[in-house]
Design a protein. Structure first.
Length: 317
């Protein structure tokens, strides 16, 4: 172990995916960054066979440790790793991600440019070439996270497979909410609580990771159904913190339809802007994702009124 305090603690949660973890750690071992300035914490979320042999391969090249826990979910796993971290900044990725060689240098530059209370999201690229479902899912993430980052209002949230957070700030906010057991919504919840504290979010496109998450039509639909459930959970939690009800009054509701309409129109136009007029399949899959998400929203809400259902389906998919 390094005698100095590392700049970054890289947190890699994993569960029953030793091959993906090995690929992730191989990329981390190739980072262009001083070895005494970062540590790697692998947190295994209750795999039947913890990946000790995978982690062992990198003991000679990385300051790396393995933590194990019972199966509590990825949010609890990240929190457990954060409690052990020694770095000034936590930097979260996932076992199915491969950081670029210059990842930490780009994050370091961003940390130096931003105030101390800033969480920084990096860019994510689809690593499953030829998989239209993975490509479309990544396109939706880009639209929700990174398109917003380029607007004057700034980003609303980043996904935790490429996110750097000041360690002290992470602990002040309370980390990820471990009750998001479907691994959907905890990123929005964390970023919302982060900003409610008056902290900031910033985007660093130069800090790149490649995400390899192959999907089928079934897993694509199921994933976005889970996202919808996570979105409902997030909205209910946020309303509880603010003391507001999760619906709008009828007159305000009809006025608010303009904004969701613009959202969906912009969402459909996004793949066309990126890929030209032949982006028919991505447009169709994005539409399917929104239907699946909407069904997930309603399936989470217990006994919703028609007004609340409309509110869930219309905004912040």
């Amino acid at each position: 172990m390094s005698a100095t305090t590392p700049v970054f603690s890289i947190v890699v949660p994993t569960y029953r995916r030793p091959a993906q973890l090995d690929h992730c750690l191989r990329s981390i071992a190739q980072l262009d960054y001083p070895r005494d300035q970062f540590e790697v914490i692998v947190i295994d979320d209750g795999s039947p066979d913890p990946p000790a042999d995978v982690v062992q391969q990198y003991q000679s090249t990385l300051d790396i440790s393995l933590i194990t826990q019972v199966h509590l979910g990825v949010g609890a796993a990240r929190n457990a790793a954060a409690q052990k971290a020694k770095g000034k900044h936590l930097i979260f990725t996932a076992d199915d991600c491969a950081p670029s060689v210059g990842w930490l240098r780009a994050m370091e530059d961003a940390v130096g440019r931003e105030p101390d209370d800033t969480a920084i999201g990096g860019s994510i690229h689809n690593g499953c070439s030829g998989n239209i479902f993975a490509a479309t899912s990544q396109m939706l993430t880009d639209y929700l996270c990174f398109e917003g980052a380029m607007k004057a209002s700034g980003p609303r949230f980043f996904t935790p497979n490429n996110l750097a957070v000041p360690t002290d700030g992470f602990r002040v906010v309370g980390g990820f909410d471990p009750t998001y057991v479907l691994s959907a919504g905890e990123d929005r919840d964390f970023c919302a609580r982060w900003m409610e504290r008056g902290f900031r979010l910033a985007y660093c496109p130069a800090a790149e990771v490649v995400h390899r998450h192959p999907l089928t039509l079934f897993s694509f639909v199921r994933m976005h159904w889970r996202y919808g459930r996570g979105s409902s959970q997030f909205r209910l939690r946020r309303a509880g913190r603010s003391g507001r009800r999760v619906h709008v009054e009828p007159f305000q509701y009809y006025l608010s339809l303009v904004e969701p309409f613009q959202y969906y129109l912009s969402l459909v136009a996004y793949p066309i802007r990126r890929n030209g007029p032949w982006a028919i399949l991505p447009v169709l899959l994005l539409s399917i994702s929104q239907v699946a998400s909407g069904v997930g929203k309603v399936s989470y809400a217990k006994g919703p009124t028609s007004r609340t259902v409309s509110y869930f389906l219309c905004w912040e998919m």
